[in-house]
Write a protein that binds this ligand. Structure first.
Ligand SMILES: C[S@@+](CC[C@H](N)C(=O)[O-])C[C@H]1O[C@@H](n2cnc3c(N)ncnc32)[C@H](O)[C@@H]1O
Length: 198
C-alpha cells in the first residue's frame, strides 16, 4: 500500500497556501503524497501554539517534518537553530522550497528516524508518523534521549485514540512525561529523560 511517506509513484500537483499564525504570515508549497497537504494539521497547530508559549532557545530537531510547516514556523518565532528530517523525498524537497519562501535559516535532510542525525539538541519535536507503526513511533520518541543534551526536552503531539495515554505510561518508565495541553482528543506531551549521573 502507498502511504504518504512512500510516495514516489504519486503524480505531483504542486500548490501553495498562505497561513497566518501568531500575527506572522507564511507561505507553504505542498503537493500530493505528503502529510496534510491541504494545510496545517490540527495536531500540528496545537503543538506549534503550545511551543510558542514555551519560550525556546538553542537548537531544535524536528523528526518527521513533512513539508516543514512546524520547524519553519518555530525557526521564525524564536532565535533557534532548526534541523528537520523526514524519509519522504518529496516532503524534503518541499521543505527546501519552503525554507527559501519563508526566508528561514533552518536545514532539512533525509533521515530514517535518527539514522543520519549526528548532533545533540536542546529540543526534539515531532507529530509522529502513526501510520508508519508503533516501532517507528517508539524509535522516534524513546531514542530521542541519545540526541538530546542533558537538559534537553522532547515535545510531541498524539491523539488519545492513537494511544497517547499508553505511550505516556511507557515513556514514564524512562522519562518524566507530562501533558501540557489536551484539546479535542489531542495531547501535547513534554518529556524529560532521566540521566543517572545528573
Ligand atoms: C504526521 S506527519 C507530520 C508532518 C509534519 N511535521 C506536519 O506536522 O505537517 C509524520 C511525518 O513523519 C515522516 N516519517 C515517516 N516515517 C519516518 C521515519 N522512519 N523517519 C523520519 N520521518 C518519518 C512522514 O513522511 C511524515 O512527513
Amino acid at each position: 500500500m502507498n502511504h504518504y511517506f512512500t510516495n514516489s509513484e504519486i503524480k505531483s500537483n504542486l500548490k501553495e497556501f498562505k497561513l497566518e499564525i501568531d500575527d506572522k504570515s507564511f507561505i507553504f508549497a505542498t503537493d500530493n503524497g505528503v502529510f496534510s497537504k491541504k494545510g496545517l494539521d490540527f495536531g500540528s497547530r496545537l503543538l506549534i501554539e503550545t511551543l510558542i508559549k514555551e519560550n525556546l532557545s538553542g537548537n531544535l530537531l524536528e523528526v518527521g517534518c513533512g513539508y516543514g510547516i512546524i520547524g519553519i514556523i518555530l525557526s521564525k518565532e524564536f532565535n533557534l537553530d532548526v534541523d528537520m528530517v523526514d524519509v519522504n523525498d518529496r516532503a524534503i524537497h518541499l521543505t527546501q522550497m519552503n525554507i527559501k519562501k519563508n526566508k528561514s535559516s533552518s536545514n532539512v535532510f533525509h533521515s530514517d528516524c535518527y539514522s543520519e542525525v549526528s548532533k545533540k539538541y536542546d529540543y526534539i519535536i515531532t507529530n509522529p508518523p502513526i501510520r508508519a507503526g508503533k516501532k517507528v513511533v517508539y524509535d522516534i520518541l524513546f531514542n530521542a534521549k541519545d540526541y538530546l543534551n542533558k537538559s534537553g526536552v522532547l515535545y510531541f503531539v498524539m491523539r488519545k485514540e492513537q494511544g497517547a495515554l499508553s505511550t505516556i505510561k511507557d515513556l514514564n518508565k524512562v522519562c518524566e512525561a507530562e501533558v501540557l495541553i489536551k484539546h479535542k482528543g489531542y495531547l501535547v506531551i513534554k518529556a524529560k529523560f532521566v540521566w543517572l549521573d545528573s
